[in-house]
Design a protein. Sequence first.
Length: 124
Amino acid sequence: MEQAIEAARAIERDAQRESAGGEPNVQFVRALETAIAVCYWRPFTPSSSTGFLSAVRDGPPLSSGFNQLHHQLKTMRDRAYAHTDKRSGRDAGEWLQPVIALALAQRDRFRAEAVDVLRQLGTS
C-alpha cells in the first residue's frame, strides 16, 4: 500500500509542477499509474512466493465508493499490466485522491489485523 500511496502522491507532485509552468513528464506519470494499480493489488493476488488476502477479506471496510474503486483498480491492473489500449483506464488525475484514501484505509486495516495476530500469538 505504501508504494501505491507514494506513486499517487508523486503523480500529484508532477501535476503541481506542470500547473506551475513545468513540462509534463508523461512517461513518468504513465509508469506510476501502472505502479499504482499493480502495487495496490499485490496483497490480493496469489503468488508462489507469498500469501495473499482471501476474497472474503479483500473488500475495503469503508464506503461503497471504496468498494467500487477497489474493483476498478483490479480492472485497471489487468488492462494496464497487459495492454495499453484506449480502455486502459489511464487517467490518474481523476482518481488519485480516492486511491490514496483507499490505500491508506487498507494499510491501516492490514496493520490492525497484524496487531491482532501478534496479540493472539502473545507477542505484543
